[in-house]
Design a protein around this ligand. Sequence first.
Ligand SMILES: [Fe+2]
Length: 304
Amino acid sequence: MNQDALAPYYADLARMSFSPGWARPAPSIWPAPQPKFKPAVWRLVAAKAALDQAGDFVPVEQAERRNLIMVNPIEGNTYATTRNIVAAYQMVKAGETARSHRHSPAALRLVVAAKPGTYTVVNGARIDMLPGDVVLTPSWSWHGHVNESDATSYWIDFLDVPFVQHAEAMFFEHHPEGLVTVTSTGPTPMRFPAGDPLGSGKEAKIAEIAKDVLPTFGLHFVRLPASTRADVAKTTTNYVYSPVRGAVRFTAEDGTDETVGPGDVIAMPCWHAHSYQAETDAVIFRVSDEPLLAKLGLTRTQPE
Ligand SMILES: [Fe+2]
């Protein structure tokens, strides 16, 4: 039967919201990952300068939104850093507070610059924020930020918002009282001081923190002595790296060759084999979505 004669048939299908599997405009299933996201880098020095400018015109009432989202520069993307993770630089100025709220996406922060007196309040617990610390905000926990120091604080937020958007499981609300009152100040399982999990020593080492606390996130500190290199094969896991100490050169088969330092961020999306080499003794904070993919049976690494 010729195509013209079939036109009414296909029009009928479309009207009934059917799509014929034998005439799809593009395949739905393919033999191996075809990642859309690509390696990309963001620099702390640029973020700080831009946030400092924003401090002049974004009012304190919007302090919790005074951030710069690291948007992977691929066509059509307006938000995500990698497929399931978004990262953003945030600034809270001396004397400011950022209103408490909660949301179904899980979040964590890597503190870049902060003086004593900067803290996050998570469900009433005061969690101090010092450079290199990682602070967790599990799904649906109240959180707000306070900067009682005399200097601007900067940190990097990581959230699983792109995944939660995809799942259409988004919830958000402001705290009715503005800022959650501090009800406890002791040690908290939601704070991981810089590099502590690696212990003393200088050898190459990788240490996981907060295992199973945030179900979507895998969080690791990686210690790499100068000149040592780590190789990562093609995998379905998406990685975002930020050095806490030292300078690290990242290379990937797409031609990426970037040396990043403390506070810089580099995304290595799935199915991009890559390497990173310490140019000086380095500690790197690594964020991934590996636990999320593992729960779904979707972790796969290309065999050598
Ligand atoms: Fe938040």
